[in-house]
Design a protein around this ligand. Structure first.
Ligand code: ATP
Length: 238
């Protein structure tokens, strides 16, 4: 497998507190991969090191055949890494249209067979087309999440990263987000996902990394995970 993303022996700290201890991880083209584990185990920290928001203290992160370990976030984004961040972080004072246009063309479009237009985003989320001139702060939580996803897609990401995309949403809206992720998967989009909804993850994802106290405690395919109830009970409280 040619990896799009590869973490090799990555450690990271917040000041004097070490949060990651020698993480090894790889994601290939078209793969959907999850980071699983209880709260505070290091999943978001892994994403921060991948996106250039937290510099590892040791180890290397490679993305698209480049060493991105010490690269600033905007350059990693340009290489084709799209982030749907925890808490959505849309621009509240810009309209939906302005939020979307703000990120267009920021990516490099390395995913040449998977380029996104505004129309494609509206096809995925018709609700956004209806709300084009509304301010970001006038949207419901679900609409904000759709906007955050649309914004990431318009950078034409080679790898799309979701940090708790369904968190805090009503069940119906959650289902819309899951069906969006499913459509992206069927388009061949490579995806890295953190989410608490294990049932959906088991249905959608190819591979899983279970993170426990800053280390990879278990890794394997969805089939392997289904056959490993002890992993679920020991590390995931399922
Ligand atoms: P959650 O599901 O709660 O987001 P997580 O698995 O994503 O959990 P992280 O947010 O990566 O966990 O946190 C890993 C560890 O790093 C935790 O002990 C957390 O308290 C600590 N941590 C996270 N962010 C910071 C920060 N900005 N400063 C100091 N410590 C932090």
């Amino acid at each position: 497998m040619t990896a799009l993303l590869q973490m090799h022996d990555v450690s990271a700290s917040y000041g004097s507190i070490q949060a990651l201890f020698g993480i090894n991880l790889a994601i290939g083209a078209r793969q959907v991969v999850t980071l699983l584990g209880r709260n505070g185990m290091g999943k978001s920290t892994i994403i921060k090191t991948v996106c250039g928001m937290l510099a590892p203290t040791s180890g290397t992160v490679r993305f698209m055949d480049r060493d991105v370990t010490a690269m600033p976030s905007y350059r990693i984004a340009r290489l084709g890494l799209g982030l749907v961040p925890e808490g959505r972080r849309i621009f509240p004072n810009l309209t939906v249209r302005e939020n979307l246009v703000a990120t267009m063309g920021l990516g490099n479009g390395t995913a040449k067979t998977n380029t996104w237009s505004l129309e494609d985003v509206f096809e995925l989320f018709p609700r956004l087309a209806e709300r084009l001139d509304n301010g970001g702060n006038q949207l419901s939580g679900g609409e904000q999440q759709m906007l955050a996803i649309g914004r990431a897609l318009l950078t034409n990401p080679t790898l799309l990263v979701f940090d708790e995309a369904t968190e805090g949403l009503a069940p119906l809206v959650r289902n819309e987000i899951w069906s969006c992720i499913e459509k992206l998967k069927s388009r061949g989009q490579a995806i890295l996902l953190i989410d608490k909804n294990i049932e959906h993850l088991l249905r959608l994802a190819d591979r899983h990394y279970v993170i426990e106290k800053g280390r990879v405690a278990w890794e394997g395919s969805t089939g392997d995970l289904r056959d490993a109830p002890h992993v679920m009970s020991e590390f995931l409280s399922v």
